[in-house]
Write a protein that binds this ligand. Structure first.
Ligand SMILES: [Zn+2]
Ligand SMILES: [Zn+2]
Length: 192
């Protein structure tokens, strides 16, 4: 069984029986075919590059150390805290946010129990609140005010729960990745 074209493959116009293509369409058809395969090649190259970039990312992620992942988790967590508290006053001195439109304007994510003495609470939302950079850096002198501000914010029961929380906490690589990714997502949600 032979297939007979009834339409020109290039212009789709009618043809006489036994003709494969209009003679005047041959060049245009060849050009179109060449352009098509060029586009297909380019797409193949783009796809391959994408796969390679994903593989590179995966390899880089796989070799990250615990300290590096801790830093990454902390960066996302602290950014979330600053955004969450963007329109809250400083937890220890009550100063209003210096710039309500700027999420970082002069404010830190200040820990009630410090990372140094209570590392297990470093990613605990009750333990970390927006604070003036100045108050945070003179933290020792602000602990009493922080406690008063914290009770007003979350209630005494939760403050006492923080103060008595001495659970030893060691994070695995994947737990730190989960914290990082969770707070990245929560921050994105807040900003929407
Ligand atoms: Zn034609
Ligand atoms: Zn302050």
């Amino acid at each position: 069984m032979t297939f007979r074209r009834t339409r020109c493959p290039h212009c789709k116009g009618k043809m006489e029986q036994g003709v494969r293509i209009h003679p005047e369409c041959i060049d245009g058809y060849a050009e179109a075919q060449a352009a098509k395969s060029e586009r297909a090649e380019a797409k193949k190259a783009r796809d391959a590059a994408k796969v390679e970039r994903a593989e590179t990312r995966r390899r880089k992620e796989a070799i990250k150390t615990l300290p590096k992942l801790k830093k990454e988790a902390e960066r996302e967590f602290n950014a979330f805290i600053r955004a969450r508290d963007a329109d809250q006053p400083c937890i220890s001195c009550g100063a209003l946010p210096p710039d309500l439109s700027g999420l970082h304007a002069g404010r830190d994510a200040g820990h009630y129990r410090s990372v140094g003495s209570a590392a297990h609470l470093r990613y605990h939302e009750d333990n970390v609140h927006a604070q003036c950079v100045h108050c945070n850096q003179h933290g020792a002198g602000r602990a009493v005010e922080y406690r008063i501000g914290l009770i007003a914010r979350i209630g005494e029961a939760r403050v006492v729960a923080l103060e008595t929380n001495n659970t030893v906490r060691k994070w695995t690589h994947d737990e730190l990745r989960a914290i990082r990714d969770t707070y990245r997502a929560k921050l994105k949600e807040l900003r929407q």
